[in-house]
Design a protein around this ligand. Structure first.
Ligand code: PLP
Length: 466
């Protein structure tokens, strides 16, 4: 499979190339040149496959010659063998039409594990071939950091330096990062905010002294391989509910637009998706974009669902490109306008293409609480704040009554025990497999919020690229 940039200028790459590259050199994001498509018979033949075999089947067209089918399946078995549920992403029924797709049975209790566990193995595989070494540098406000560390810990050819703002991530989140003991994992707490940490990482990518010595990479959700791995669970859920003979709708708690874009990819591949509902909290730029064609960033409001507190969603560019007829030059122009003014209108072509598949909703804090209570009362389920926003949107959506609606459960409720307890009066316990989190020793260094100090600390410890 050949991958092209949304901005039309960067050279095309194969799957191995896009996995290691992340962002395209022209500032765009990579997408397959064409969407591979399964026939209804091919989809029907996937019924009943164990998750790793299904994953290999769905991803093989994207991987192309970069991995043999046997090798791809072996990597999927390794990645998903670390999940605590035999189904990997089990589907739970809430009432006659509403379902939860639990994506939080991985090592760090959030859906990001589904993609990152595989990405860590893909890095190891591809770097082993070229005898290369990758230095991942990231900033985190919580979830991404722990999932990325969980993916890279102990892998060959790759190391990770994760920067978090001291005292500003929850204790569970901090411990999930700092209690990992592996020589290739380095946690840095800086005196400053998440934005300060993020700014340092950006600066490091442009710091020639660093980039000459180290092959520095990122693990955020612009990486194509992450999106690809997320396509699989849309197939897993729809197959269980009767696909390809029955249409299924999905409601997705959305931040950076990666997870819901994977649903769009599943639909392009032939999965009968009735509707994709983009669920947002009060940080509702994506709801406004889908409903009104107005993509304009406001200021970020902190909420009980922090992974959705986002105003600029990087992966939305992929949808704008595909829905707008794949004109890289026109999209580059549109994105330049957005980058200089913080606002843009979607074109009529983009709006009408998006409206055929997408719906959206914005949840107020009271809607989130009501959804948490409903899941508790209707089905005895404790759900986390992000999932609750998705469930609110699912229940508010106007969808034909015979179509099942699957809400993606993106985090384990025990990751957000205070918010859950406030809503339903019950404090969800940490699963026993990570129950000793509070007893484990932590490893991290505290540094001033100063670029020179942080980059020097990293330069002393990182492995040169060649
Ligand atoms: C990252 C995250 C999201 C948002 O997912 P995107 O792919 O960025 O849209 C939603 N919920 C949880 C719990 C997350 O960690």
């Amino acid at each position: 499979m050949d991958y092209i940039s949304t901005r039309g200028i960067a050279p095309s790459l194969d799957f191995e190339g896009v996995t290691l590259a992340g962002l395209a050199r022209d500032g765009g994001l990579y997408l397959p040149r064409v969407w591979p498509r399964f026939t209804a018979d091919e989809i029907a033949a996937m019924r009943g496959l164990p998750y790793p075999a299904l994953a290999a089947r769905v991803m093989q067209p994207f991987v192309g010659d970069s991995l043999t089918p046997e090798r791809l399946q072996a990597l999927c078995e390794q990645a998903y063998g670390r999940f605590a549920h035999a189904a990997v992403t089990p589907l739970i029924q809430l009432d006659e039409r509403h379902w939860l797709l639990e994506l939080f049975h991985g090592p760090t209790l959030a859906f990001k594990d589904v993609a990152l566990q595989l990405l860590g193995l893909l890095f190891e595989e591809f770097l082993g071939r070229v005898q290369g070494h990758l230095t991942i540098v990231g900033a985190t406000s919580g979830d991404t950091g722990s999932a990325a560390i969980g993916a890279v810990a102990g892998r060959d050819g790759v190391e990770i330096f994760m920067i978090h703002p001291a005292g500003r991530v929850s204790e569970v989140q901090r411990r999930q990062m700092t209690s990992v003991r592996a020589p290739n994992v380095h946690n840095i707490a800086i005196d400053g905010s998440f934005d300060d940490a993020q700014a340092m990482v950006k600066r490091m990518f442009g710091d020639q002294e660093m980039t000459d010595r180290f092959r520095i990479s990122a693990v955020n959700s612009i990486n194509w391989a992450r999106l690809m791995a997320q396509v699989v669970y849309y197939f897993a859920a729809a197959l269980q509910l009767g696909a390809p003979d029955r249409r299924v709708a999905f409601s997705v708690p959305t931040g950076n637009f990666g997870d819901v874009f994977a649903g769009y990819v599943a639909a392009q591949m032939g999965l009968p998706v009735e509707r994709l509902i983009v669920a947002t909290n009060v940080n509702d730029i994506l709801h406004r974009a889908v409903a009104e064609g107005d993509y304009s960033a406001g200021t970020v409001t902190a909420t009980a669902a922090p992974s959705m507190d986002i105003q600029v969603s990087s992966n939305f560019e992929r949808l704008l490109f595909d829905a707008g007829g794949r004109d890289g030059a026109a999209l580059a122009e549109q994105m330049r306008g957005f980058e200089s003014t913080g606002a843009m209108r979607l074109t009529e072509a983009q709006r009408s293409a998006i409206a055929t598949l997408f719906g959206s909703a914005r949840a107020e804090p009271a809607d989130m609480t009501a959804a948490m209570r409903w899941a508790r009362e209707a089905a005895g389920q404790a759900i986390d704040p992000h999932t609750a926003i998705g469930l609110h949107a699912a229940r508010a959506a106007d969808i034909a009554p015979h179509v099942p609606v699957v809400t993606l459960a993106t985090a384990h409720p025990a990751k957000f025990p205070d918010a859950v307890e406030r809503a339903i009066g019950v404090r969800p316990p940490l699963p026993t497999r990570i129950g000793d989190l509070f007893a484990r020793e932590e490893h991290y260094v505290e540094l001033p919020g100063d670029y020179a100090a942080v980059s020097a600390w990293i330069a002393e410890r990182a492995t040169p690229s060649a």
